[in-house]
Design a protein around this ligand. Structure first.
Ligand code: ADP
Ligand code: MG
Length: 388
């Protein structure tokens, strides 16, 4: 049996480990991105929502300057000191935790005279599956520290700090979509993010009203964003913007595509075309869901997947198979979600078809002799908060 963590069980695990009750428990959710992939670091539009799967952080102040972290997901604890927070010393997963403290210091939080923490983490966000366990851990820790130290930082400040932790301490060159969704999520709503305008607007999705569910298919093909294809795609976008003479790809729209085809090499052109058309699809999705409801967004999801598969080339056979099988079995729309090179796909479907579609996907993976995916339903949920 798998134990699903809760605020209470995380507090109990803290007490077992540290021999006292925590001061409190905070949590932050993972997210799925409904649409808008690799647009965030191009100053563009994204439309994720926070999910019910969360990371809980039970936190208790210490008398000294040390930070100790245990995670239910990891065999070994980690330790750092507020006297010498240096990303080069952070090892592996603990960089997501200590990186938040480091980023706070970088953003002007004075660490002098403050005391450290003991932290116990528990999560039911699958790690490295494209559901942003990384933002969940960062935002849970940042929310806890903000309250414990009474810093009074706004959610917008916390977004910036958590993104800096991921970029500067972990070394993953990601945008701020994940942290924004995790901190600004609202039950029943998507979060329409305009990265350039620094706005994050809740948009009702009406999935439950329309008896729809969103299925996540975790292919269990793992990705590392700190290395590999994610950074390469990011550099292609920077090159494309530079060659097109604009500050970022957000400055371009579909009318610029003919010129882009002339100026850019074929690969860079296709990368740029993905970002331009994806921004347009995000804007359209938000309009369509408001005007015609969620059943009308299926084609946009499918077009997004095709663009990632063919133009941005970040899909993998497992993701394509999940999407194709979902669509062949009556899903309204489906696409890979997250940064790509593995991770998860999503499928929007009638609630009463979820089991059948899940079964068809399992069967298709078995027939292709692929590792069995993990299939589950998510619904739009609240962002980071204090639980206990
Ligand atoms: P994703 O955000 O899609 O899950 P990332 O590669 O961005 O994938 O982040 C996953 C990494 O974050 C893990 O490999 C681990 O280092 C760290 N992490 C996330 N959640 C936890 C947790 N609960 N405990 C320890 N480390 C975690
Ligand atoms: Mg991540």
């Amino acid at each position: 049996m798998i134990d699903i963590p809760s605020p209470e069980s995380t507090a109990d695990a803290f007490a077992d480990r540290y021999g006292r009750r925590p001061d409190g428990v905070w949590s932050a959710p993972g997210r799925v991105n409904l649409i808008g992939e690799h647009t965030d670091y191009n100053d563009g539009l994204v439309f994720p929502f926070a999910i019910e799967r969360r990371t809980w952080a039970a936190v208790g102040r210490r008398e000294d300057r040390l930070l100790t972290v245990h995670s239910g997901a990891m065999p070994e604890p980690a330790q750092a000191s507020l006297d010498s927070l240096n990303p080069e010393d952070f090892d592996g997963w603990s960089a997501y935790v200590f990186g938040v403290l480091w980023a706070m210091e970088q953003r002007g939080v004075d660490l002098a005279g403050r005391t450290g923490f003991d932290v116990m983490l528990a999560s039911d966000v699958p790690l490295g599956a494209g559901l942003s366990s990384s933002a969940a851990i960062e935002c849970a820790v940042a929310s806890a520290v903000n309250d414990e130290w009474e810093l009074g930082l706004s959610r917008r400040d916390l977004i910036t700090i958590c993104q800096l932790a991921e970029n500067g301490a972990v070394g993953a060159p990601t945008g701020n979509m994940d942290q924004t969704a995790s901190l600004m999520g609202k039950a029943g709503h998507g979060v329409l993010i305009d990265v350039r305008a620094e706005t994050a607007e809740p948009v009702p999705l009406h999935f439950a009203d329309e008896h729809l569910e969103l299925l996540v298919i975790d292919t269990r093909v793992h990705h590392e964003h700190a290395t590999g294809g994610y950074g390469a795609r990011r550099r292609s976008c920077e090159l494309g913007a530079q060659l097109m003479g604009v500050g970022s790809l957000r400055d371009l729209d579909e009318a610029d595509l003919p010129r882009a085809a002339e100026v850019l090499d074929d690969e860079t052109f296709r990368r740029v075309r993905h970002v331009i058309t994806e921004n347009a699809r995000v804007a359209r999705t938000a309009q369509v869901v408001a005007a015609d409801g969620p059943r009308a967004i299926g084609d946009l999801l499918v077009a997004s997947h095709a663009s990632m598969r063919d133009d941005f080339e970040i899909s993998v056979p497992e993701l394509d198979l999940a999407v194709e099988t979902a669509l062949a079995n009556g899903a309204i729309g489906a696409r890979m979600t997250g940064g790509g090179f593995g991770g998860a796909a999503i499928a929007l479907l009638d609630a009463d078809r979820a089991e059948e579609v899940g079964g068809a996907i399992q069967a298709a993976f078995a027939a292709a002799e692929l590792t069995a995916p993990i299939v589950f339903v998510v619904s739009p949920s609240d962002g980071a908060h204090r639980d206990l």
